[in-house]
Design a binder for this molecule. Structure first.
Ligand code: A3P
Length: 317
């Protein structure tokens, strides 16, 4: 496949990295700023290949999100909508029992352990269901010019931040020090972390969804929690499936936090293509848990950023 990386592209990425603003994220890795957003080097490398070479199909469904905003839940919901039926309840052939949402719906630029990642993506049968954490400006022209559909999910930045801080601490190696809340907050609020800044990521997809509502569906974690039936019906109809009440109830039950967290495929093992623990994607699954952690100053800081960044956009998180 012409998508496979070769040594010359690796060399050109190294020389590119030398030119980019660089920052040490805690003590674990260097991150690089490319067109306003921050990446780990190996993800940036994969992302550049994706941007220049990914060929979208008109019937692709691309899920998009920044980190810790409900990606796992959205992947599971789309899998159940497209590939489930009420009769497979509790049977071994149910898609969510056969593999984790991240296994079924790969995050393209995170397939860092897959040498032939684009051959895998190219080989997926239509309609493909794939995911990216990349910002809107990183999508290829092919994605923008095709008729493929995009579903973006986001979440209140306070809960997103706490979820991220927990996640980063949960993937520490045994010899690594936990990340203090204050230090993590500084990175998040300045946008200097992997796939940050949060606000710009959200705003670009939001604006694109206003321009092309028939192609980009914008969802929030909070709306899904508060009005699950209404939101799942909306999602299903966007994906071209009509679902009745019984089916919606079945989908919501199959994708509920408690159930997914306790499925064998999610309790054990790792996401094969990036090495993250499957279990690390299920923590608490509620809204406003951040109130138990943030200081009043931190709350005010994030509220102010929301007001400033989203002012005039019609978006409120
Ligand atoms: P918390 O850390 O607040 O619990 P992502 O999938 O984008 O990495 O986001 C992870 C967040 O979604 C975590 O939030 C996780 O617990 C929550 N989550 C995972 N599966 C969920 C589900 N089925 N329903 C609701 N929330 C879920």
């Amino acid at each position: 496949s012409n998508y496979e990386s070769n040594s010359s592209s690796a060399t050109s990425v190294e020389s590119l990295l030398d030119e980019l603003p660089k920052h040490k994220l805690f003590d674990i890795c260097d991150i690089y700023q490319w067109e306003g957003f921050w990446y780990e080097s190996r993800i940036l490398e994969a992302a550049l290949v994706f941007k220049s070479q990914f060929i979208a199909r008109d019937d692709d469904f691309i899920l998009a999100s920044t980190v810790k905003t409900g990606t796992t839940w959205l992947k599971a919901l789309c899998l159940s909508i497209l590939h489930g039926n009420p009769d497979d309840k509790n049977k071994e052939e149910e898609i969510l029992k056969k593999g984790s949402p991240h296994m079924h719906v790969p995050t393209i630029e995170s397939m860092i352990f897959e040498e032939n990642r684009y051959a895998i993506i190219e080989g997926m049968p239509s309609p493909r269901l794939i995911h990216t954490h990349l910002p809107y400006n990183f999508l290829s022209d092919s994605v923008k010019n095709s008729k493929c559909k995009i579903v973006y999910i986001t979440r209140n930045p306070k809960d997103t931040f706490i979820s991220w801080w927990y996640f980063m601490n949960s993937i520490l190696r045994p010899n690594e020090e936990p990340f203090p809340l204050e230090k993590a907050f500084d990175c998040f609020s300045k946008g200097v972390y992997i796939h940050g800044p949060f606000f710009d990521h959200v705003l670009r997809y939001w604006n694109a969804s206003l321009e092309m509502p028939e192609r980009i569906l914008f969802l929030t974690y909070e709306e899904l929690k508060i009005d699950p039936t209404g939101q799942v019906k909306k999602l299903a109809s966007f994906l071209g499936k009509s679902v009745d009440e019984v089916e919606v109830d079945d989908i919501l039950w199959k994708c509920s936090f408690e159930r997914l967290k306790n499925l064998e495929v999610n309790k054990n093992g790792y996401v094969p293509y990036n090495g993250l623990l499957n279990a690390s994607f299920y923590r608490k699954g509620v809204i406003e848990d951040s109130r138990n952690y943030l200081t009043p100053d931190m709350e005010e800081n994030l509220s102010r950023l929301c007001r400033e960044k989203f002012q005039g956009s019609g978006l409120d998180l």
